[in-house]
Design a protein around this ligand. Structure first.
Ligand code: NAD
Length: 434
């Protein structure tokens, strides 16, 4: 099957490479000539484990190509995926659909016969209707099917998530579109990945409901963690105690500095806006958004408290900048608010991240960058673990203590046992551990 993927970012590139790996012929399109040039030279524009090898293999097999020119790829495709960004709109927080609609208009111009246009981007309920209207209005001569196929992959484990999904959700009412989508995913179907066929609006809402639920779970355990600190309980044990209950499940119960990244913040906010527009506010999610927003800056206050109430003129070292490990994605990372809070209080910041520093630089002012974790800790008055990269899990504590000006460790991911760090002479603060 011939597939065009419009947008070659975290989702488009991974999806395109995986679909090519299934045996389809895929052209990944992007407006950004720098991205396409890099891909054509065999360089990955993003960091995602395993992606370079997967792309190289499928390029070699001639199943995967890259272009800035949407027209020929769409003209020949049976399925055209829209995987462009849907960031929060400035001002009101609703999803900015301008990239999706612009892509729909460009696709419409290029269609030559019956084609299924699939929104893989996370889009509010009703966006598929608008995409269909745009295309039909521009090309009344062409028959088109418009489907919704939200993507559930996680950055950092994206290839495995795409190839071994918990489920595939396909929202389409047109039987021809359903048949094309089943053909797209046939290789997974054979591996018994559950395919959920739903209405288009249901598929669109399913994605937001999933992200909002996960964000709620994280926010719930974060608030329990705060309570643990006040009452002298341990949130990791509470999380295990509830997570072993199958009805609850242990995932997404790790207390931390608040959720960030390119999806949860914008998607929870967009769901809140959609629900308000329809007169059925989702109050739990509204609260989750508010609680999480406050939490990130509260983490700066936690560091200040660990430093004895003031960080003015102090050197605070941050390990990890990305919103989670194994990605270079800095969008809405908690580190941004934490650093702003610390800088506002007069701290000097030095940071190290294994993959995120390049993307961090344009987003942060006045931050010094270190070559590794130990260089970062040198002369620091406090060391703050913000992202739980594996490289930070087994640091030489004796060496760290020797390098630092004051042995203050703030572990916002609970990756160290308090007693062990205290044995090495650190003053330790974790999340939800009294
Ligand atoms: P991204 O910003 O990494 O990639 C989007 C790409 O689309 C960019 O490279 C941009 O240049 C390109 N683009 C925009 N308009 C275009 C056009 N008209 N023609 C060609 N290219 C165009 O975004 P992303 O993280 O891949 O997210 C894409 C969508 O997938 C979003 O809706 C997001 O919510 C959703 N999603 C993301 C993830 C994730 O983990 N990143 C997971 C699931 C769903």
């Amino acid at each position: 099957m011939r597939i065009a993927m419009i947008g070659s970012g975290y989702v488009g590139l991974v999806s395109g490479a995986c679909l090519a790996d299934f045996g389809h012929e895929v052209v990944c399109i992007d407006k950004d000539p720098g991205k396409i040039a890099a891909l054509n030279e065999g360089r990955m524009p993003i960091y995602e484990p395993g992606l370079d090898a997967l792309v190289a293999e499928n390029v070699r097999a001639k199943r995967l190509t890259f272009s800035t020119d949407l027209k020929p790829a769409v003209a020949q495709a049976q399925a055209v995926f829209i995987a462009v960004g849907t960031p929060s709109r400035r001002g009101d927080g609703f999803a900015d659909l301008s990239y999706v609609y612009a892509a729909a208009r460009e696709i419409a111009e290029a269609l030559t016969g019956y084609t299924v246009v699939v929104t893989k981007s996370t889009v509010p309920v009703g966006t598929g209707d608008e995409v269909e209207r745009i295309i039909r209005e521009a090309r009344p001569d062409i028959d088109v099917g418009v489907a919704s196929n939200p993507e559930f992959l996680r950055e950092g484990a994206a290839i495995d998530d795409f190839k071994r999904p918990d489920r595939i959700v396909i929202g389409a009412e047109d039987p021809r579109a359903v048949a094309v989508m089943q053909e797209v995913y046939r290789p997974l179907y054979l591996n018994a990945a559950p395919i959920l066929l739903t209405g288009r609006r249901t598929a669109e809402l399913t994605k937001y409901a999933a992200n909002a639920f996960l964000a709620t779970k994280i926010t719930f355990i974060n608030e329990i963690a705060d309570l643990c600190e006040q009452v002298g309980a341990n949130v990791q044990e509470v999380a295990r105690g509830i997570g072993l209950d199958n009805r609850i499940g242990g995932k997404f119960l790790h207390a931390g500095p608040g959720y960030g990244g390119s999806c949860f913040p914008k998607d929870t906010l967009a769901l809140v806006k959609t629900a308000q527009d329809y007169g059925t506010p989702v109050r739990i999610v509204e609260t989750v958004v508010a609680v999480n927003d406050q939490r990130k800056r509260a983490m700066a206050r936690k560091v200040i408290a660990a430093c004895g109430g003031s960080v003015r003129g102090k050197r605070v070292a941050l390990l990890g900048l990305t919103f989670k490990p194994n990605t270079d994605d800095m969008r809405d990372a908690p580190s941004l608010s934490i650093i702003a809070g610390l800088q506002d209080a007069g701290a000097q910041i030095v940071a190290y991240d294994p993959e995120g520093m390049e993307q961090a630089r344009p987003l942060l002012q006045g931050v010094a960058y270190a070559e590794d974790a130990y260089a970062c800790a040198e002369g620091a008055d406090a060391l703050v673990i913000v992202t739980e990269w594996n490289a930070f899990r087994a640091l030489d504590l004796a060496r760290l203590k020797g390098l630092m000006r004051a042995p203050v460790l703030v572990d916002l991911r609970n990756i160290y046992a308090p007693a062990e760090t205290e044995r090495h002479g650190f003053t330790y603060s974790g999340i939800g551990v009294a």
